[in-house]
Write a protein that binds this ligand. Structure first.
Ligand code: PAF
Length: 288
């Protein structure tokens, strides 16, 4: 891949400016990688940018806190925002352009189209956060159409989101490759997340129990124990550890996110969990 050392990161705020830069790169025959984000960047996002840099000549990142994927009582207003810091981090990770549109640019007055992905959007976070995946699918479809990358990278941390995006790209014949990047974790196993910033010191000490609970389920299922027993025990363990509530801890088929059929635990599985710790909702997932 050809290299262009990033210095101060150029920022564009309109779809027209984004398309002009991408078109100029395309005229040079360059391959475009894209990493959509909501900002409040951490090592997990930066690892996705670096991964995109191995797959493309130019990497575009977007920072857009998408209102349509937050429920009415969720943290849209409180979601951490620091564009200057994000831009510095992106430049350091090898990003070449930041697309940071306004809400009005993304959703002009009268915008009335929603993308919904049936099936894979429905269980787990789809049930716990009604409307969330329609908001994600709509904004991601728009971002992919705006940037027209050759490859887009999304984190496996949001495993169901990645499955929804793979499905919509396939179903809508979008001409790009979707790559999943591994979850970045703290040394104690906690998956890195922008929302970890909400955790108090005491909650931060409890948070790694979510990953440990998922790992224990996976070990038990691999040892032949009944899936539902392992799931129920994990819920009890998390509540005992200090979680306020558990939205789900479930073993699912990785591609479809269907429940496991009889005997399916011997094939590939994904264990996914979401639980609330104080005012913070944590999600995580593991496979083998
Ligand atoms: O994963 C995220 O940060 C968001 O859901 C995404 C994919 C950028 C869409 O807003």
């Amino acid at each position: 891949m050809s290299s262009l050392p990033p210095s101060r990161l150029p920022i564009v705020r309109t779809v027209a400016d984004l398309r002009a830069q991408v078109a100029a790169w395309r005229r040079e025959g360059l391959r475009i990688g894209f990493v959509p984000t909501m900002g409040a960047l951490h090592e997990g996002h930066l690892s996705l940018v670096r991964l995109a840099g191995t797959q493309a000549d130019r990497v575009v990142a977007s920072v857009f806190v998408n209102p349509t994927q937050f429920g009415p009582n969720e943290d849209f207003d409180a979601y951490p925002r620091d564009e200057a810091r994000d831009a510095d981090l992106l430049a350091g990770a090898g990003c070449h352009l930041l697309f940071a549109p306004t809400v009005a640019e993304m959703y002009p007055p009268g915008a009335s189209t929603t993308v919904t992905v049936a099936g894979v959007s429905e269980p787990l976070d789809g049930r716990a956060r009604p409307g969330h995946f329609a908001g994600v699918a709509t904004v991601v479809t728009k971002l992919l159409n705006q940037c027209t990358p050759d490859v887009a990278v999304f984190g496996e941390k949001d495993f169901q989101q990645l499955a929804v995006i793979r499905r919509l790209v396939r179903d809508l014949d979008l001409p790009l490759e979707i790559v999943g990047g591994p979850t970045a974790r703290a040394d104690d196993g906690l998956a890195l997340s922008s929302r970890n910033a909400y955790l108090t010191e005491a909650e931060r000490a409890v948070a790694p129990h979510l990953n440990a609970a998922l790992r224990e389920i996976l070990d038990k299922v691999r040892a032949g124990q009944p899936v539902e027993d392992a799931e129920q025990r994990a819920v009890a363990d998390l509540l005992r550890a200090g979680f306020a509530s558990v939205d789900y801890v479930e073993v699912r088929v990785p591609d479809t996110l269907d429940r496991l059929g009889p005997g399916a635990a011997s094939g590939p599985v994904r264990v996914l969990g979401a639980a609330r710790l104080g005012r913070t909702r944590l999600i995580d997932n593991i496979g083998d």
